[in-house]
Design a protein around this ligand. Structure first.
Ligand code: SAH
Length: 354
């Protein structure tokens, strides 16, 4: 019988505690876990050979039994107008995912994916239209950060947003591990208030995230303050209606002492009417929050059908009027810059054809 090659243990994506446990389990002192963590996340080491404070024997042993590879970088594309950069990766089972790096004056934000595709099927989102393949492992999620961090070198990634492909709260365990890695005090440069999880609304997971103690920022993809409209454009709302989500968001805000960001993609005639301003004002006034208004980015590259094909962006002058009225009602509102539209890297445009 042929001897099967033993599967290597992936060390990327293990939390510091898990790394310590791993080294204990192979008869090494726990602090080897801290050393390896430091090599992976601060020195961005690619292989065990670089880890000079480990003995040669241990390095060889790790090389044979463990792996540091989860993703392969396929291509990068850069937007000439904004400098936004899109990274296409392949997983070891040849699934494709994308991440987006958004350089701004005082920060570099990395937008990462948590799933291959997405099961939620939001009608305005290209990722939803490509369907769902599988959850990413914690290793595959942190690797998006490690690749891009190497790419920009000295500049450094300052902010991470979980707003790429997929619904982070439906890949809860891996998402939590990666938050724990990014916010660990041994990991220099990132802190919890520069990390944002974005969700379409899974109330019991929002509460679980609050109870996890990580206190990262939470963004909620609202898009309408009416269940009737949300049901149409976000099928998940039929399972978890607004009231349940708002209760969970209030719980989150209270428990973590953070303000909720409501994301609001402007869709002509659907959620930009005067009634929407009223409902949105009422909702926002009921908890510590702000609104992030997002111009609708085209998903025509997906050849959409049904309601997805009928969606139209609210014209910019109407967005400005909408925002002004909200501000007059004492609501804090930001308009999200569209970045990377020319390379299909803007919000909601990420999708990989199979
Ligand atoms: N599943 C999570 C994270 C991914 S979506 C969530 O739903 O929040 C990240 C953000 O991009 C969300 O606010 C989403 O609503 C927004 N988005 C999706 N499609 C968009 C589009 N076509 N134009 C602009 N924003 C879009």
């Amino acid at each position: 019988m042929m001897q099967q090659a033993k599967k290597k243990i992936g060390l990327k994506g293990l939390t510091l505690e898990e790394l310590r446990e791993y080294f204990s389990s192979i008869g090494q002192p726990q602090y080897r876990g801290d050393q390896v963590f430091n090599w992976i996340y601060n020195h961005l080491a690619r292989d065990f050979g670089e880890m000079k404070n480990l003995s040669k024997e241990l390095r060889t042993n790790l090389d044979e039994t463990c792996s540091l590879n989860s993703l392969e970088l396929i291509t990068t594309q850069k937007s000439d107008s904004t400098g936004t950069q899109k990274f296409l990766f392949a997983t070891t089972d040849n699934r494709k995912i994308e991440s987006v790096l958004i350089p701004e004056k005082e920060r570099n934000t990395l937008c990462i994916s948590t799933q291959v595709g997405c099961p939620l099927d939001c009608k305005f989102c290209a990722t939803g239209l490509m369907g769902y393949k599988r959850n990413l492992t914690a290793g595959e999620i942190v690797d998006q950060y490690l690749f891009t961090a190497r790419e920009i070198g000295k500049e450094k990634i300052t902010n991470i947003v979980y707003m790429g492909m997929g619904e982070p709260l439906l890949n809860f365990a891996s998402t939590l591990s990666t938050i724990s890695i990014f916010t660990n005090e041994l990991n220099k440069g990132l802190s919890r208030n520069r990390i944002t999880i974005s969700t379409a609304g899974i109330p019991y997971k929002i509460k679980e995230l609050a109870d996890s103690g990580h206190r990262v920022k939470l963004a909620f993809s609202l898009h309408s303050a009416f269940d009737e409209i949300r049901n149409k454009i976000m099928p998940i709302n039929r399972k978890y209606p607004l009231k349940e989500n708002v209760d969970a968001l209030k719980y989150y805000s209270k428990k973590t002492g953070t303000r909720i960001t409501f994301e609001y993609v402007m869709l002509s005639g659907l959620n930009d009417r005067d009634d929407d301003i009223k409902a949105l004002t009422k909702l926002c006034s009921s908890l510590p929050s702000k609104v992030n208004v997002i111009p609708f980015n085209s998903i025509k590259h997906m050849n959409p059908s049904g309601i997805s094909a009928e969606l139209e962006p609210t014209p910019m002058h109407e967005i400005l009027r909408f925002v002004e009225k909200l501000r007059n009602n004492n609501i804090t509102v930001m308009i999200r810059n569209t970045q990377g539209d020319d390379i299909a890297a803007a919000c909601g445009q990420l999708a990989v054809k199979y």
